[in-house]
Ligand binder design. Structure first.
Ligand SMILES: O=C(O)CCC(=O)C(=O)O
Ligand SMILES: [Fe+2]
Length: 356
């Protein structure tokens, strides 16, 4: 195959690059390194969904709704407990993912996103960063990316048949997590005085949900690379299941990076750009990143819930008034995703494009 060095390294999974334990290759060296130290001084809020979604109206519940609103305004992040997804299922999806990433490369490559001729076949499947230029700095991370919803649009040939329970476990987890996501989006609307379907109706009934399984191999020089570069998510909301033992997620708040600690069996929820737009800036889509370490591999499973690409989304009418003028234009979901992807690859923020 006639490839440049850059392309050749791209075709190698990070897991293979990491195997030799040597210094990371040049095209992984992050521009902003050495990595700024993160602080654990303050911790992102923990929200009890069971309390939030209970049908009785109590002072405790009202307080929790207030806490949700202020968390989304100042952090754009929270740890959801009381979500009702059995711990045993959370453990199972994490261990199943780990098993997949530990399979021989040949087996994993059956689901590869890169076609045999070296071209990218599409978004879904196993792979790493899409490289658009020689200057592109790669993340220290391998991924398996799959559409999980709507079910009839799944690309089953990209769903691993090994490990044995992979498909049914991802199915079960994504069905449950998507119900949790719907409920969170309803209560987000209520928290700012809107009717519960105000945001959800903008997502639409066929809103896609993507699963991105991240695998960060250990790195001999974690200070020189990004697990995932600083970014905001481009969809509506993201539900993230973190590794149970290895920390790595950080959020940028008030000028510093803050570690997102592991809360056993909690789901990390974050606002993504299109929800910031729908909330007319009441909720913030936070900048976050993942770092690696030299000892242990880390995994995470992000579920991106994205408004239907054919829908027009925009600030909810009830959130625009004289004191709070419209901050964003109405835009087509598809246009935003396209613009976001282009900017993401160049390390730029896309949301400013949608500002009035
Ligand atoms: O691995 C993590 O904790 C973060 C992953 C993430 O931000 C993403 O996949 O968008
Ligand atoms: Fe993210």
């Amino acid at each position: 195959m006639n490839t440049t060095n850059n392309e050749a390294t791209q075709l190698k999974r990070v897991q293979e690059v990491a195997l030799n334990g040597e210094e990371p290759p040049l095209n992984y060296l992050s521009k902003d390194k050495p990595t700024t130290e993160a602080s654990s001084s303050s911790s992102i809020p923990i929200i009890d969904l069971h309390l939030l979604l209970s049908s009785t109206s109590t002072k405790e519940k009202e307080d929790e709704i207030d806490k949700l609103r202020s968390s989304l305004a100042s952090w754009g992040f929270f740890q959801a407990v009381g979500h009702g997804i059995p711990s045993i299922l959370l453990d199972k999806i994490l261990s199943t993912m780990k098993e997949f990433f530990h399979l021989p490369m040949e087996e994993k490559q059956k689901y590869s996103r890169v076609g045999e001729d070296g071209t990218m076949e599409g978004l879904e499947g196993y792979g790493n960063d899409t490289v658009k230029s020689e200057q592109h700095i790669l993340d220290w991370c391998d991924r398996l990316y799959l559409l999980v919803k709507p079910q009839e649009r799944r690309t089953l040939k990209m769903w691993p048949e090994s490990p044995k329970h992979f498909r049914e476990t991802l199915h079960e987890y994504s069905v449950k997590a998507s119900l949790v996501a719907d409920n969170i989006i309803k209560v987000m609307a209520q928290s700012v005085g809107l009717e519960e379907n105000s945001f959800l109706s903008q997502f639409g009934k066929s809103a896609p949900m993507y699963a991105r399984m991240n695998y960060y191999p250990p790195c001999s020089r974690p200070d020189l690379v990004d697990g995932i570069k600083p970014h905001t998510d481009g969809g509506g909301i993201t539900i993230l299941l973190q590794d149970k033992e290895v920390e790595g997620l950080q959020v940028f708040k008030d000028g510093e990076w803050i570690k997102v600690p592991i809360v056993p069996h909690a789901l990390v929820v974050n606002i993504a750009d299109q929800m910031e737009i729908m909330s007319n800036g009441m909720f913030m889509s936070p900048m976050h990143r993942a770092v690696t370490n030299s000892e242990k591999a880390r995994i995470s499973l992000a579920l991106f819930y994205v408004p239907d690409l054919n829908n027009e989304i925009g600030p909810a009418v009830g959130l625009i008034d004289d004191t709070r003028p419209r901050l964003f234009r109405n835009i087509k979901g598809k246009d935003y995703v396209e613009f976001f992807t282009k900017n993401f690859l160049q390390g730029k923020r896309a949301i400013d494009w949608a500002r009035v």
